[in-house]
Design a protein around this ligand. Structure first.
Ligand SMILES: Cc1cc2nc3c(=O)[nH]c(=O)nc-3n(C[C@H](O)[C@H](O)[C@H](O)COP(=O)(O)O)c2cc1C
Length: 338
């Protein structure tokens, strides 16, 4: 049986309108894949989408959350960030985890993420609880008609500074692709905004599955500030905004399930930085943590705040080799690098 696949009912058969950032180009391999996925597009089967919707458990009913929350202590906005010693300040080379083997107790359970009896939701829950904390990239985009979108993504990371590069992962969901992804593909532009503690309710509100073309700026009540190198606005409340352009996209066409949109990963190169005055040092090379107050997304519905930090200087081999027997031995036995 030939199965109809979709990358979203509303973008089927569209032509690519992608302007690569100057000095960069979307890889020809990726572009070919995009074209392939575009041509493989057809109208979604309503039945497949409805079935997918029924099994989609990523956004769950939060039950009596308001009652649970009411019993918890208030959020202390003025709590300072404590600085402590590192966990084991007397650690020596070769020492591993200095807890008398306690970290070695317990066997690991092997999991095949693709096993036929393993539901996708288990991989989702495992990954978001195990790869934590994750920074939240709050993306502002516009579509080709100029309609605005604002949404959070924690499959997100800065992956280099030279050039400044970022990655964002878009999960599949029943029906249409995420609007942010669609906009990035259409216009190739965005602003990545940081999320501070006091923004989280507004940011979370923008994650609602608003109909295509509805602006989450209005849903959130956050304020727009103009950008210089891209069309989407910056979030004025954020401490740090990064204007950026898409330089590559990878769509996971081989993994697409009936009734579900395509999953994709997007590579973004920064074109401009904006740092709120008073939150950084004089040359804008360091943002003050007390001012940024970043959040990390954790498993389930949880977020973590930074209550305590410590420092851990990075070392140079040439400085350390004379101070440690282990390093000296490794140095003496090092292979010749031809
Ligand atoms: C903190 C947070 C992080 C999220 N991270 C992601 C993510 O990394 N990838 C993703 O596909 N969806 C993620 N979501 C869900 C999207 O924000 C949600 O699907 C949203 O409706 C997408 O909006 P859009 O269709 O307007 O782009 C996240 C939601 C929240 C609240």
């Amino acid at each position: 049986m030939t199965r109809t696949r979709t990358i979203g009912r509303f973008i089927s058969n569209r032509t690519w309108n992608f302007t690569p950032i100057s000095g960069s180009r979307i890889g020809s391999h990726s572009l070919n894949q995009l074209r392939m996925s575009s041509s493989a597009t057809a109208a979604a089967s309503e039945a497949e989408t409805a079935a997918a919707q029924k099994n989609y458990q990523v956004v769950q009913d939060s039950g009596n959350f308001d009652e649970i929350q009411a019993k918890r202590p208030d959020f202390d906005h003025s709590k300072p960030i404590e600085v402590t010693k590192s966990p084991n300040p007397n650690w020596e080379y070769g020492q591993g985890v200095p807890n008398n083997g306690a970290s070695l107790v317990g066997k690991h359970h092997e999991i095949d993420p693709y096993a036929s009896d393993r539901p996708m939701i288990n991989n989702y829950r495992l990954l978001v609880s195990g790869i934590a904390p994750r920074p939240v990239g709050f993306l502002s985009t516009v579509n080709s008609k100029g309609e605005k979108n604002l949404s959070p993504f924690s499959y997100f990371q800065v992956i280099d500074h030279d050039p400044p590069m970022f990655i964002v992962g878009f999960s599949s969901r029943p029906g249409r692709v995420k609007d942010t992804y669609r906009n990035l593909r259409e216009t190739g532009e965005c602003v990545i905004n940081t999320v501070s503690e006091n923004m989280i309710e507004a940011v979370n509100a923008t994650s609602i599955d608003a109909p295509y073309g509805v602006s989450e700026w209005d849903v959130s009540g956050l304020h727009e500030a103009p950008s210089t190198t891209v069309k989407p606005s910056r979030v004025a409340e954020s401490v740090f905004n990064i204007e950026g352009k898409v330089i590559d996209i990878k769509e996971f066409t081989d993994h697409q399930q009936p009734g579900m949109s395509l999953a994709a990963t997007v590579l973004i190169k920064a074109t401009r930085f904006w740092v709120k005055e008073g939150t950084a040092n004089e040359d804008y090379s360091h943002i003050d943590l007390e001012k940024l107050r970043p959040l990390g997304q954790l498993g389930g519905m949880s977020y973590g705040r930074i209550g305590s930090t410590f420092e851990q200087p990075r070392k140079r081999w040439s400085d350390e080799v004379g101070k440690s027997e282990i390093l000296a031995k490794l140095d003496a036995a090092k292979p010749v690098d031809k």
